[in-house]
Design a protein around this ligand. Structure first.
Ligand code: FAD
Length: 116
């Protein structure tokens, strides 16, 4: 890893961004209003336009064409994002994440309380 005062590389940017995106999805409303659903769609579309890794953003936009964001509930958004991340994981040869564990990983922490 780079010294902490260097500009982020693709890996560090990715880690920070996934942290933000999964945490945002974990706290998205259980029952979002139509306005909130529209805002989230706009956000994700804008995000995929400006994400500052060109080949990452291009790949994301391509995937979003056949798998548009699911924004109708907290659960749906979290699952969609987990699946998007898994597509990238697969492409990079990383482990596939179990999407039933997103709340434990990004919101509630493990049951043994070690993150409390
Ligand atoms: P990361 O993949 O950054 O994951 C961070 C943590 O998230 C993991 O430790 C794990 O606890 C958790 N996690 C893993 N998978 C999931 C999941 N499916 N759902 C929920 N939580 C999960 N890099 C490239 O080289 N090429 C690309 O095309 C590319 N595209 C990207 C597109 C986007 C939108 C983003 C945000 C990043 C992209 N990256 C890309 C970066 C890449 O995904 C990783 O972030 C980077 O390689 C660092 O990986 P990591 O092993 O630290 O874990």
């Amino acid at each position: 890893t780079l010294p902490p005062d260097c500009p982020p590389d693709v890996e560090q940017l990715g880690r920070s961004t996934w942290t933000f995106l999964h945490t945002m999805a974990a706290y998205y409303p259980e029952v979002p209003s139509y306005a909130q659903q529209r805002s989230m769609k706009t956000f994700l579309s804008t995000f995929s336009e400006f994400y500052p890794c060109n080949f990452c953003a291009e790949h994301l936009r391509e995937e979003m064409k056949s798998k548009p964001p699911k924004v109708e509930s907290r659960w749906a958004l979290g699952k969609w994002l987990c699946e998007m991340h898994n597509i990238v994981n697969e492409k990079l040869g990383k482990n596939i994440f179990d999407c039933s564990k997103i709340d434990e990983r990004w919101k509630d922490g493990p049951k043994d309380g070690r993150c409390d």
